[in-house]
Design a protein around this ligand. Sequence first.
Ligand SMILES: [Mg+2]
Ligand SMILES: [Zn+2]
Length: 186
Amino acid sequence: MPWSRIPDHLRLRPVPVLYLDLDGTVREGKDDPLGRFVNGPEDVRVFPAAVEMMRRWKAGGGRVIGVSNQGGIALGHVTTAQVVAAMSETQRQADSLFDRIAWCSHHPKAAGPEWARCWCRKPAPGLLIQAAVSLGAECGEYYPPHLGLMVGDRSEDMLCAHRSGLDFEWAADWRARAGEQRSAAK
Ligand SMILES: [Mg+2]
Ligand SMILES: [Zn+2]
């Protein structure tokens, strides 16, 4: 059998991946005390409970991938440079626990089709798949959906998880587990 026909799950190491929405999940967003969109790095406030949960996932040998809709780029509300700077600040406040942060720059209300149409804006599954395939190729790993988990605060995150074959957990429940397990361990 040619090497290329050997399925990934037989030749690469299977690794669990935690896919995290950012705004309202890992960092404060519109529905949190911040009360608005995250634009630049000055807006970034990462939840300590999210960092704790990321640390636990990685202690178990897993990977963590951030997945964020940044349609403000397509609409001209923010620049790519601002988003890149905000992502760097997010990674810094998260103790560099992200193995990758991926975002969609498109928005259905953008003027041109090249900015309006894509397969990466959640709830489409493309952002997660692209990030997982490229990270997996770099690391010589395989990320089977049944080992993964997606956490988010919006219905599009839940739908995206279902379309990607992943389990889903609401952000507030996920962050609350950071405190529960710590006290249970005492
Ligand atoms: Mg969100
Ligand atoms: Zn997109």
